[in-house]
Design a protein around this ligand. Structure first.
Ligand code: HMG
Ligand code: MG
Length: 308
């Protein structure tokens, strides 16, 4: 009996691009501002309506993105495209507002160990600090996403009870975030666990406000997306070429490649509004700047053409 039928799958999916932020934050090479700008603009021109452009975290913690203010100033923004920026606290929000950002992403972890390493504070302290950020951002008319990290496993604490994600997703929704993105920060999730976590978290955050954010460390990211689709999620994060990681998560390698994701979604007959080859070209251009090939499979293999 067929499982992957149109009745079981969404007609359209939102792809939320994180390469310029989650990808470039982990690169040892400093990418020049002009190349970052060209990357973000090329991704938006490819039809991606959500491009997380940079982050206003402490520049000493993530020097790769210390030029966030200059990038947001320089960027030619397309109408209809949103360019969220990551902010850890009110100081980050102030810096984002100064640059006219209209969407922000806050973040918290579901374990104490990761929270300390990534944000130098306990989970409760981080949440208390996020409340005024979300409140002020919403009062200023910004769209707000809330990330939860290490939902499927923590490099410092191991396996995590899905009830943690349910509680914290509920807290974020109660604060007023528009969307909650569940992060598999170190790429340990498998499809059955994705289904289970989505079912548990959906009790606290409606499915239409959930996004899934997979790192592809162990090759399960696409299978996890498929599990998420069948569980009713319609927003997925990905990074052009599979750039990415988190400097404070031991073992976090690249995110799911946006091209791999688009290839699978389009093959399933799901609309995204995104031009796959244009994303691949953007990934190849940034790979040229970094001086190395990116890990994404489609980005390397290219389109399916008969060579006979
Ligand atoms: P802290 O050192 O504890 O900060 O860092 P503090 O509040 O004690 O302040 C110390 C100084 O930093 C002060 O300056 C502040 O003004 C300044 P001073 O008075 O000493 O001159 N400061 C700032 N400066 C600029 N921008 C700011 C800012 N905040 C404070 N926003 C903090 C705490 C949270 C700021 C720090 O730990 C930090 O920036 N962490 C970010 C780490 C990070 O970016 N990690 C990667 C992103 S998360 C991720 O990748 C996961 C995700 O992809 C999902 C997934 O995969 O799971 C989203
Ligand atoms: Mg990430």
């Amino acid at each position: 009996m067929a499982v992957l039928t149109a009745e079981r799958l969404p007609r359209a999916v939102t792809v939320y691009e994180v390469g310029p932020r989650d990808g470039l934050q982990n690169e040892p090479t400093a990418v020049p501002l002009a190349a970052k700008r060209a990357f973000v603009e090329a991704l938006a021109a490819a039809g991606l309506r959500w491009v997380e452009a940079t982050s206003f975290v402490h520049p000493k913690w993530v020097p790769q993105l210390a030029d966030a203010a200059d990038l947001m100033q320089a960027l030619a923004r397309r109408p209809g495209t949103r360019y969220p920026v990551l902010v850890p606290n009110e100081k980050g929000l102030d810096r984002a507002l100064e640059r006219g950002c209209d969407a922000v992403a806050v973040f918290a972890a579901v374990t104490e160990g990761f929270s300390r390493k990534n944000q130098n504070a306990s989970v409760a302290e981080v949440l208390a600090g996020l409340r005024p950020v979300v409140e002020r951002a919403r009062a200023a008319g910004l769209w707000v996403r809330g990330y939860l990290s290490v939902v499927w496993g923590c490099p410092y604490e191991g396996a995590v009870d899905p009830a943690r994600a349910r509680t914290l997703a509920g807290d974020l929704v109660a604060m007023g975030v528009d969307e909650v993105s569940l992060g598999d920060t170190i790429g340990v999730a498998t499809p059955g666990e994705v289904e289970r976590v989505v079912e548990v978290v959906a009790a606290a955050a409606p499915l239409e406000r959930l996004a899934l954010h997979f790192h592809d460390t162990r090759g399960t990211a696409l299978a996890n997306v498929l599990a998420g689709l069948l569980a009713g999620v319609t927003t997925f994060d990905a990074s052009a070429g599979g750039l990415g990681g988190c400097p404070y998560a031991v073992g976090a390698s690249g995110n799911l490649d946006t091209c791999d994701l688009l290839y699978m979604l389009h093959g399933l007959g799901i609309e995204t509004g995104v031009d796959l080859e244009a994303v691949r070209a953007a990934a190849q251009a940034i790979a040229g700047v970094l001086g190395r090939p990116l890990p994404g499979r489609y980005s390397q293999a290219g389109p399916f053409v008969a060579r006979g």
